[in-house]
Write a protein that binds this ligand. Structure first.
Ligand SMILES: Cc1cc2nc3c(=O)[nH]c(=O)nc-3n(C[C@H](O)[C@H](O)[C@H](O)COP(=O)(O)OP(=O)(O)OC[C@H]3O[C@@H](n4cnc5c(N)ncnc54)[C@H](O)[C@@H]3O)c2cc1C
Length: 408
């Protein structure tokens, strides 16, 4: 490699590319190594994202056909099929084609000056006297090459092995759920502006099922489970669920992918001398919904700012780079704490209680309280905003009683 990059990003997923984009915009010389031959592929993600959060990140509106549909409604089904619907005043979320979304961010990063090397797997960190000095990369059929850099940003996703090499603690394997994401055609009886969410231990123990329709009769359907085979749960859903089995009675699966999701909240230390970890690699994923794109992008932007500052000061020490952890915690720490508690609460509920909770939400008119909600990523802050509303207050008191009885 001719010029030594200031920064190397390992992994050209959305989070790695957004770190590269922001670093390049700040003037850093950045190289991204992606092990696959194309950005965004293979894809395993539903791509359900908040429109407002994308706007705040400077990524919305998105060009071309990246957005497949927008949603202003969510239907939550209890295990017995009871439906609680929330109608929002305007579309709040969208489903994106993840391959096209990832490519869009990578293209922007390239235009800003980032260099992309595809078919290039980062094999290990280049260490000198225990200090990270770059990476060792294997490009296609070439011999492994050492590429020095001032800082390495680890954006490898959930199975990061660079993080392990630094000696930092990796994400908590006990808080993983195992997901299946399928593309289906011939879906019926769905509202085209509504995301369907099915709850219940028979179909998604420890998580939930989602169904996101497209306008052409196709849909993305997926689920995650704490134990068992996700494909078998999907088959059971399609055959037996009181509502989903009717919507999917004639459906044909055209593509299927499997991947874990991390629900344990961010790792406690995502930096070392000359090293930052971002996105799924650092478990920056919402413990409630498993959504990791927006929070990962948010942390990637912070990582780029701190890395750029470190490069300019020529101070790549761990004591300077801890600023990254601090800024991420300042921005998202409260929300992660709230979401971890909500996840614990949800995990503690029996199917009967889930049914009871949804019926309670409908009874107190919680749907009306939620109709102006726009924020779905920063869930702690979103909760604080609506807490003053009477129905929310009643709901909170009820949930708290359930939570305390399940977690004495
Ligand atoms: C079934 C499912 C559905 C999901 N649905 C949603 C959703 O609707 N909304 C949402 O916000 N989130 C969702 N998520 C989570 C979301 O997919 C992740 O949080 C997001 O992809 C994280 O982005 P990332 O860039 O950190 O990692 P990734 O997207 O995993 O990208 C990592 C990249 O690094 C590359 N790589 C890995 N190791 C190396 C290496 N050593 N050298 C070079 N390249 C390497 C990989 O090839 C990959 O391209 C879902 C996850 C699953 C499993």
């Amino acid at each position: 490699m001719k010029d030594m990059p200031d920064a190397i990003v390992a992994g050209g997923g959305p989070v790695g590319s957004f770190a590269a984009l922001n670093l390049a915009k700040l003037g850093a010389n950045v190289t991204v190594f992606e092990e696959h031959e194309a950005i965004g592929s293979p894809s395993h993600c539903a791509g359900h994202l908040s429109i407002r959060s994308l706007q705040n990140l400077g990524l919305y509106p998105l060009p071309g056909k990246i957005v497949e549909n927008t949603f202003s409604q969510a239907n939550f089904y209890s295990p017995t099929g009871f439906k609680f619907s929330v109608h929002l005043a305007k579309p709040v979320t969208c489903a994106v084609n993840r391959a096209a979304f990832d490519k869009h961010i990578a293209d922007k990063a390239e235009v800003a000056g980032a260099r992309y090397c595809l078919n290039s797997r980062v094999q290990s960190l280049l260490m000198e006297d225990s200090v990270i000095k770059g990476v060792n990369v294997k490009q296609s059929d070439k011999a492994e090459e050492s590429v020095p850099a001032k800082i390495v940003i680890d954006a490898e996703g959930i199975s990061s092995m660079l993080l392990r090499q630094t000696g930092l603690s990796t994400l908590n394997p006990e808080r993983l759920v195992y997901a299946v994401e399928a593309e289906v055609e011939n879906v019926r009886d769905v509202e085209l502006d509504a995301v369907e969410v099915f709850l219940g231990k028979n179909y998604a123990p420890g998580f939930y099922v989602w169904l996101m329709p497209r306008l052409d009769g196709t849909a993305k359907v997926g689920l995650a489970t704490k134990k068992g085979n996700p494909k078998e749960f999907l088959q059971r859903l399609m055959l037996k669920h009181p509502v989903a089995s009717k919507q999917l009675a004639n459906a044909k699966i055209t593509r299927i992918a499997f991947h874990p999701i991390t629900l344990g909240g961010p790792i406690s230390k995502a930096y070392a001398s000359g090293f930052l970890a971002v996105g799924d690699a650092a478990s920056q994923v919402k413990p409630t919904t498993g959504g990791g794109v927006v929070v990962g992008l948010t942390c990637a932007r912070i990582a780029a700012e701190v890395a750029d500052e470190a490069i300019r000061r020529n101070d790549l020490s761990s004591s300077f780079l801890q600023l990254y952890q601090k800024r991420c915690t300042d921005t998202l720490g409260f929300d992660f704490n709230v979401m971890l508690r909500i996840r614990r609460f949800l995990d503690s509920l029996s199917d009967e209680k889930v049914d009871e909770v949804l019926r309670f939400c409908a009874r107190i008119g919680l749907d009306k309280t939620l109709e102006n909600v726009e924020e779905i990523d920063f869930q702690g802050q979103a909760l604080l905003k609506i807490l003053t509303k009477p129905a929310m207050f009643a709901a909170l008191a009820y949930f708290l009683t359930l939570y305390l009885s399940a977690n004495p």
